[in-house]
Design a protein around this ligand. Structure first.
Ligand SMILES: [Zn+2]
Length: 307
């Protein structure tokens, strides 16, 4: 989530109010929209829930005029025109890259850690590019995805609400109280890591932050969620808030050659304690970290510090 929040903030500073000139759809299965419905409009707000981004769109004047001319009175249809949203879900391997002149502003999942060019899969557009939104100021927004789990979809207010309702409590919001956290964990017989990753229970925690939070709270990722003691739950709840806040402050593990107005670059990668450090030494006890699979995901932990 910190990576998605970072790209949300970056895009908010750049694309709001810019007229959409052209939309190129390269993958019809995952890009569920008609370019005509976006052209001539602009984004008014960029919002986020968990790892889902949704962009609210300005009123489509041409379409409204046409409908009024045809005297279509269906209130539902009219409402749909006034409140439409572009949903963007990056899922496991999606990325968004905003390109203006020489500036590249990238967010989401890097394809490689070697260089920015390799991280975005070579010069844009490339074979992983699924859609391109071109703005009237010449800037382009690329949606790249290797495994094609991510998507872009134009939806109505009602469809948006139906998508948002599925999300569980989210760290750093007022709903994420200790009481609600305990309730979310109650009677869960799967591993604690699976619960943390389940977006319908707790939203916004991906693989990186699940491993980091469990390490910081001394809990083994494969522990059954309902076996945690009250003290362990308290510790875990505290570190989740702390780690997520710190990651957002440091722009997550975002990869980019872009430095924002305050000079910040994504640098949380350097602060990771366990994630991606397999065969490295534990920062606590100095012994070698272990790598395993929990909840279907690669998992790093310390078999000596985590119980
Ligand atoms: Zn250790």
């Amino acid at each position: 989530m910190p990576e998605v929040e970072t790209i949300r903030k970056d895009l908010s500073l750049n694309i709001l109010g810019q007229k959409i000139k052209e939309v190129i759809v390269k993958d019809k299965k995952k890009i569920i929209l008609h370019p005509q419905d976006l052209i001539g409009r602009s984004f008014v707000l960029v919002c986020r829930r968990g790892k889902l981004l949704y962009f609210s769109l300005s009123v489509n004047k041409d379409k409204t005029a046409r409908l009024l001319k045809n005297k279509i009175k269906s209130s539902e249809k009219q409402k749909n025109i006034f409140s439409q949203y572009l949903l963007i879900h990056l899922r496991m391997t999606g990325q968004l890259i905003y390109q203006k002149g020489k500036d590249l502003l990238a967010g989401g999942h890097p394809f490689s850690k070697k260089s920015l060019n390799q991280a975005i899969g070579a010069t844009l557009p490339n074979r992983f590019t699924r859609a391109i939104i071109i703005f009237s100021d010449g800037a382009k927004l690329f949606f790249n995805d290797i495994r094609r789990f991510g998507y872009l979809k134009l939806v109505s207010e009602k469809e948006l609400q139906n998508s948002l309702i599925k999300f569980g409590i989210e760290p750093l919001t007022k709903e994420f109280t200790f009481n609600n956290f305990i309730k979310a964990l109650a009677q869960r017989k799967t591993s604690i890591k699976a619960v943390l990753l389940n977006q319908n229970i707790i939203s916004g925690i991906g693989n990186i932050y699940a491993d980091e939070s469990l390490f910081a709270s001394g809990i083994r990722p494969n522990r059954q969620a309902n076996s945690l003691t009250i003290l362990e739950k308290k510790k875990l709840w505290q570190v989740i808030n702390k780690i997520m806040a710190k990651a957002i402050k440091h722009r997550g593990t975002t990869f980019s050659n872009y430095v924002d107005s305050s000079g910040k670059k994504g640098n949380f990668s350097q602060l990771l304690q366990v994630y991606g450090r397999k065969n490295g030494a534990c920062v606590n006890c100095g012994k070698i970290l272990s790598k395993t699979r929990v909840a279907g995901r690669g998992t790093s932990y310390c078999q000596f510090c985590q119980k």
